[in-house]
Design a protein around this ligand. Structure first.
Ligand SMILES: [Zn+2]
Length: 278
């Protein structure tokens, strides 16, 4: 077996409830498992999406965990009733993190004021449940950091998923103590090359990897797939790009990012080779 094929990975951000996976969700997981992706954190980005993510996790608890949260795009929907539903979902032991939540001023599908209110409410949810945070931030770094700093003394551990920021932003995130999630954005020659010199600065123990599928299909796959849909089977490819940028062997990167993810999400796996993955 080659080093790459023996490596084991965890995809910490996969939107597995997305309807583009409805027809072949099990095959999507199987293809990824065949390439070494052992476990998956299923992103909840709305109340219903979180409920659906939890249902998937309940059906395959050895390989799936859910997050429960409301993406900043949907902040306008997070009224008191929705927050109370999220609170119930968050209590389930298979919910490994609160989020995704945060701020996204890139498109402002919800107004910034609404986004900040929804984000603040979810920070409190994570504090109350004692669960880690799965964070999203785009074009909102200053407000995002300011809100985290306000609650710094009581916040649980937190990962900024799909980090796409610049050098000074990375410094602030690391100094604050955030974990960093890197997607196939780094494979994008139009907008992701700035990440290559940055990823080497994320210390071991603070770095995790993700596909964010079905979004963000790596643009440097060879040959180019027929479908534009991203899948967790491409995580080893993303890992190889990150490893090269860090000057690490991909097996080494897989080992330390997987160990970090297992600890961060409190997601152990059974080591028995006879264990059925589902
Ligand atoms: Zn996101």
């Amino acid at each position: 077996m080659t080093e790459a094929s023996a490596a084991e990975y965890i995809d910490i951000g996969i939107n597995l409830t997305h309807d583009s996976y409805d027809a072949d969700r099990e095959a999507v997981l199987r293809r990824a498992i065949d390439r070494g992706v052992r476990q998956f954190i299923v992103t909840g980005a709305s109340v219903q999406g979180s409920r659906d993510a939890l249902s998937l996790a309940k059906a395959a608890p050895r390989i799936l965990r859910a997050t429960a949260g409301c993406h900043p795009h949907h902040a306008i929907d997070l009224d008191a009733a929705a927050l109370s539903s999220l609170d119930d979902i968050a209590a389930d032991p298979l919910v490994a993190a609160i989020g995704e939540c945060g701020l996204d001023y890139h498109r402002n599908f919800s107004a910034p004021r609404e986004q900040r209110a929804a984000f603040a409410a979810q920070l409190e949810l994570a504090i109350r449940h004692g669960k880690p945070l799965f964070l999203h931030c785009r074009d909102a770094h200053a407000d995002f950091m300011a809100m985290l700093r306000e609650r710094a003394t009581v916040l649980p551990r937190a990962v900024l998923h799909c980090f796409t920021g610049v050098s000074t932003e990375l410094d602030e995130c690391l100094e604050f103590g955030l974990y960093i999630g890197i997607t196939g954005w780094i494979c994008d020659e139009r907008r992701g090359t700035h990440l290559k010199p940055l990823v080497g600065r994320v210390p071991r123990g603070r770095l995790m990897i993700e596909t964010d599928g079905p979004y963000l299909l790596p643009r440097d796959l060879q040959p180019k797939p027929d479908s534009r849909r991203n899948e967790p089977m491409y995580l080893p490819h993303i890992a190889a790009v990150i490893a090269a940028a860090r000057g690490e062997l991909v097996g080494d990167l897989a080992a330390h990012t997987t160990a970090t993810a297992r600890e961060f999400f409190s997601f152990a796996w059974e080591t028995s080779s006879a264990a059925d993955p589902t």
